[in-house]
Design a binder for this molecule. Structure first.
Ligand SMILES: Nc1ncnc2c1ncn2[C@@H]1O[C@H](COP(=O)(O)OP(=O)(O)OP(=O)(O)O)[C@@H](O)[C@H]1O
Length: 727
């Protein structure tokens, strides 16, 4: 049997098609023809299968246990789809319709929608556990979309089985990055409520699910988010390419295939190099640039694209580049800029919390005590106030580990099983910080999320609230915070009810709060509320345990326990001033570890040029004429590396090779105490330098021995000698 469509009027909006059905009246004419042809093809398939248009099909759902199994197998799909379905539901609420998610075989996994319509749909078994593949239910949006592998509308009498003709259904298949179908998303409703926008919503939602699928994969990958127009990056229209650690393209979303004009299979034959003439290093370098703008890439056909790279998995850990979480809601779908900012701020916070959870593994005060006397003193002080309800204030330059210390305090306290909530007062827009901290009631202000939100203070109930960058809290809010801390109660914005809270408060800042108080920028009363115990974390350049800290960091990077730091690099680290403190050290080590992959030790060639430039700027290389040879630091002896995991000195030690051989031989019995005193008046600092030089000479350039004799750290010796050289 054949059913001719040839002489049917293209897009006849009113009349019957040759097959006896009509296209929805609102469908644009040019689409109607192709649509009706596909419906006809489907009917032909169903007829060929011997399906009946009038008999009741098999409505038997699968057994509960089998459905559970199917849902479990598709858990990843479901967890990516569920929030999107909720969002979609908001758009179609009160339209006599429902949303259906099926697996790749067309078995319904999950439905949400209007109760009354779901009850009607139930009568034709549009419900979980029932299969809606074409061979089972005839022409229908889910089943036909699976066959056609494209978004499909099946409206009213277009359904093969008459019993389904009260439905209008718009379905879109959901693809994985390799182009395999994961399942189908469908909106089904009463055919009288057909709206041409429904299909657009379903397609957009399916793309959102695909993008979630693509972007939440935490393997060792780089993702390129791109578009021909930079302002489209971050929207649903962006292309996303997944690139493996070897530079091969592993997958792409549909927008990427459209933008590149390639099939899923052909894009996977490419590498970053063959597609854009770049390698992974270029992307990672780009990511490191502060406030990096999208980069410009050129396809072999000359087409220009703008791209933002992101890293995931071990690559993220190794490069230290944080992964911005995917937006759960496309920006254009949000109600207001306030809401957009709120969601963005919330996601930032989520990212921080996730990073924090990762760090919790390595925290606890014991983890911080790595041999530096100043740090150990901080740890001892903090241990004394554990569980004493005394607010802790941590001072220190950026990257010195203030948040790590706050987490360690939380972890060692009896609140450890309760939440640790970090709020960065500098990163939340001023307009949102009040709502973020205190929460708000339903409808508290225009643009507020409809259901209201729990503030960060209440989220920390029972646990610890870490107020980072407290010096950046707007003055107006300081009074509100003070009230909460005094009364131990929170009143969400727009609410009359105050809710008791039990929190331990740790605050941190790199600012001079006393100076801010004098300038009227920080409330004195709040300062005294927060500063039960004040501790200051030393800058890394003033710590004596750099080697141990470096080793610890290396051990957390997951690069295997064997990677060592060469003595030359270590000496360079010890001389450097580390303006970004431990955070900077961690970043430098992460990059170096990536570059040194497969090699036994990190050498200078594994350090980024940017860092080496910085080192050179700080410590210009001294010419041998200006600098006595013993000023070139000798590699510390093997014993100095004990426990630090740093490799022993190797003979080729850069510019400082064979320092002992170039050492002037000191008088046999000369000791530091007997060091010659230059003529003329000297400052205390000069005398100290002389003493250090003499001790180093006496130890024949062995800095470790000199440090023991003088009772100061090797770092201090390097630093002081270097300073002494400065004009
Ligand atoms: N002792 C340490 N051992 C290992 N890693 C550390 C140590 N101290 C800090 N870090 C790492 O350095 C980075 C910065 O630490 P943290 O965020 O705690 O610093 P901070 O002082 O709070 O910075 P900021 O003031 O910029 O917020 C983190 O990745 C942290 O894990």
């Amino acid at each position: 049997m054949t059913m001719s469509t040839g002489n049917a009027p293209a897009g006849d909006r009113t009349g019957a098609f040759a097959g006896g059905w009509t296209a929805p009246v609102a469908m644009p004419q040019d689409l109607a023809q192709a649509h009706l042809e596909r419906i006809e093809q489907s009917h032909l398939r169903c007829a060929a299968l011997g399906l009946s248009r009038v008999e009741r099909p098999d409505y038997e759902p699968m057994l509960r246990g089998d459905l559970n199994l199917a849902q479990e197998r598709n858990l990843r799909l479901f967890s990516r789809a569920a929030p999107v379905m909720e969002l979609l539901l908001e758009q179609i609420v009160n339209t006599d319709s429902m949303i259906v998610l099926t697996d790749a075989q067309g078995t319904i996994l999950h439905t949400v929608g209007d109760d009354s319509f779901m009850a009607r749909a139930n009568k034709v078994a549009l419900s979980p556990g029932v299969n809606w593949a074409e061979q089972s239910k005839g022409t229908n949006a889910v089943g036909t979309a699976l066959v056609e592998e494209r978004p499909t509308l099946v409206h009213a009498a277009e359904h093969f089985m008459h019993i389904n003709s009260f439905l209008t259904c718009s379905a879109a298949p959901i693809f994985d990055p390799r182009g395999n179908i994961l399942g189908v998303l469908d909106v089904s409703g009463d055919q009288r409520t057909y709206h041409q926008h429904t299909m657009g919503l379903v397609r957009m939602s399916a793309r959102m699910i695909e993008n979630h699928w693509l972007t939440d994969d935490s393997g060792d990958r780089v993702r390129l988010h791109f578009h021909i127009r930079p302002e489209f990056i971050g929207t649903l229209l962006e292309g996303i390419l997944v690139v493996g650690a070897d530079g091969r393209i592993q997958g792409a979303n549909r927008a990427a295939l459209d933008l590149l004009d390639m099939s899923s299979a052909s894009v996977r034959l490419h590498t970053l190099d063959s597609l854009f003439n770049i390698n992974l290093g270029v992307l990672v370098d780009h990511l490191r640039a502060p406030l990096a703008q999208p980069m410009r890439l050129q396809l072999p056909n000359g087409r220009l694209l703008h791209a933002s790279p992101r890293v995931t998995g071990a690559l993220q850990r190794l490069t230290g580049l944080a992964e911005p979480l995917p937006m759960a809601v496309p920006p254009q779908a949000m109600e207001s800029s306030v809401e957009r900012q709120a969601v963005a701020a919330g996601l930032d916070e989520r990212a921080r919390m996730e990073a924090g959870a990762n760090e919790a593994r390595l925290s606890g005060l014991h983890y911080l005590a790595t041999g530096d006397a100043q740090i150990e003193s901080v740890v001892r002080k903090v241990q004394r106030i554990l569980n004493r309800d005394i607010p802790l204030m941590i001072l220190g330059e950026t990257g010195t580990g203030k948040e790590l210390l706050a987490r360690a305090v939380h972890q060692d306290s009896h609140r450890a099983k309760q939440p640790f909530v970090a709020v960065n007062c500098a990163s939340i827009p001023e307009t949102l910080i009040e709502a973020e901290l205190f929460g708000y009631e339903e409808g508290a202000f225009t643009g507020a999320r409809r259901k209201g939100a729990t503030g960060r203070i209440l989220q920390a109930n029972g646990g610890t609230l870490f107020l980072d960058e407290i010096g950046d809290m707007p003055l107006g809010l300081q009074a509100h915070l003070l009230r909460v801390l005094q009364e131990r109660c929170v009143t969400p914005l727009g609410s009359q009810k105050s809710i008791p809270v039990d929190i331990s408060v740790v605050s941190a800042t790199h600012r001079d709060l006393r100076g801010m108080i004098e300038q009227g920028k920080f409330r004195e009363d709040l300062y005294y509320r927060l500063n039960g115990l004040v501790v200051r974390l030393p800058a890394l350049r003033d710590r004596s345990d750099l080697a141990v800290v470096a080793r610890r960091i290396l051990s957390t990077l997951g690069v295997g326990g064997d990677l060592q730091i060469s003595p030359a690099v270590m000496a360079l680290f010890l001389r450097y001033q580390w303006p970004g403190n431990v955070r900077q050290l961690a970043t430098v080590l992460r990059t170096a570890a990536v570059m040194a992959a497969g090699e036994p030790q990190i050498t200078e060639q594994h350090l980024s040029d940017d860092f080496l430039d910085d080192v050179r700027r700080q410590t210009p290389p001294a010419s041998s004429a200006q600098e006595p040879s013993w000023l070139v630091p000798a590699p510390p002896p093997a014993s100095a590396y004990a426990g630090s995991g740093i490799s022993e000195p190797v003979p080729a030690w850069g510019a400082a090779a064979a320092p002992a051989a170039r050492m002037p031989q000191p008088a046999a019995a000369q000791t530091a105490a007997e060091a010659p005193t230059p003529a003329g008046p000297r400052t205390l600092g000069e005398a100290e330098i002389d003493l250090i030089r003499a001790a180093v000479e006496a130890a024949q350039g062995n800095i470790s021995l000199a440090s023991k004799q003088l009772g100061i750290s090797r770092n201090t010796i390097y630093r002081k000698l270097r300073w002494a050289q400065k004009p």
